[in-house]
Design a protein around this ligand. Structure first.
Ligand code: HEC
Ligand code: HEC
Length: 173
């Protein structure tokens, strides 16, 4: 009898932690959906759903025919599937991940940014980087997370994993 009670407490504990342990996580929940990777990571890496709130993902997905100067249209069924994955895992649902919470908290209620790079938190974190380090051909754009965050594809953005091409490790000053 005791054993059964113990086991069910463990289950409740991990459900409450939303995939992590109580107390929250530093980073962003990693991408888990292969279909999302297939459809949305051919031109850039698969941005984690926890990098934007659901209102932003809805706006991105409504305008795929005019997607940052390119056409990223999908069949209606595929679009529905991906939108559901993005919304179910969006920033406001993963506030136990510190970066998702910070991004979400930095967006005013009246605004719906369609880019991570347009959110207050992102802008604040990246404003100290010299433009020439961003414009260089090995980076090109701040949207190219993987160029500097060596573990971005794992949802990990910690400072000590940053390595900027032709500059090196980032030293905060
Ligand atoms: C045909 C190529 C292509 C496909 C397919 C594509 N994208 Fe993009 N996406 C782009 C380009 C180009 C940019 C602009 C990148 C830049 O500013 O350097 C972009 C930017 C973005 C940004 C903003 C990044 C930022 O913070 O500046 C998001 C979010 C995004 N895409 C989501 C998606 C999603 C979701 C899908 C799948 C439904 C998708 N993309 C499929 C080409 C594509
Ligand atoms: C040109 C290189 C570069 C690119 C591209 C870049 N970052 Fe960063 N990022 C940095 C640097 C440098 C910092 C640290 C700034 C500081 O703390 O002074 C940083 C900080 C961060 C932080 C906060 C980390 C912390 O420890 O507080 C997050 C989250 C982050 N970046 C996410 C992203 C995402 C998501 C993308 C792509 C949409 C991206 N970055 C693109 C260089 C880059």
């Amino acid at each position: 009898m005791k054993k059964v009670v113990f086991a069910s407490l463990l289950v409740v504990g991990s459900l409450m932690a939303d995939g992590s342990f109580l107390g929250g996580k530093k980073d962003v929940a990693p991408v888990t959906d292969d279909f999302y990777i297939k459809e949305c990571a051919s031109c850039h890496f698969a941005y984690q759903p926890g990098l934007l709130p659901s209102k932003s993902w809805k706006k991105v997905m409504e305008n795929l025919n005019d997607h940052f100067g390119t056409d990223a249209s999908l069949e209606p069924e595929d679009k529905k599937k991906i939108l559901k994955y993005l919304v179910d895992n969006s920033a406001e649902k993963f506030t136990n991940y510190k970066r998702s919470k910070k991004i979400n908290d930095s967006i005013p209620a009246v605004e719906t940014p369609v880019a991570i790079t347009k959110t207050g938190y992102f802008i604040k974190e990246h404003k100290g980087i010299k433009p020439k380090l961003i414009e260089q051909k090995d980076v090109k754009s701040l949207a190219n997370c993987m160029a500097c965050h060596t573990k971005a594809d794992k949802g990990s953005y910690s400072e000590r994993e940053i390595n900027i091409p032709n500059y090196g490790k980032w030293e905060d000053d």
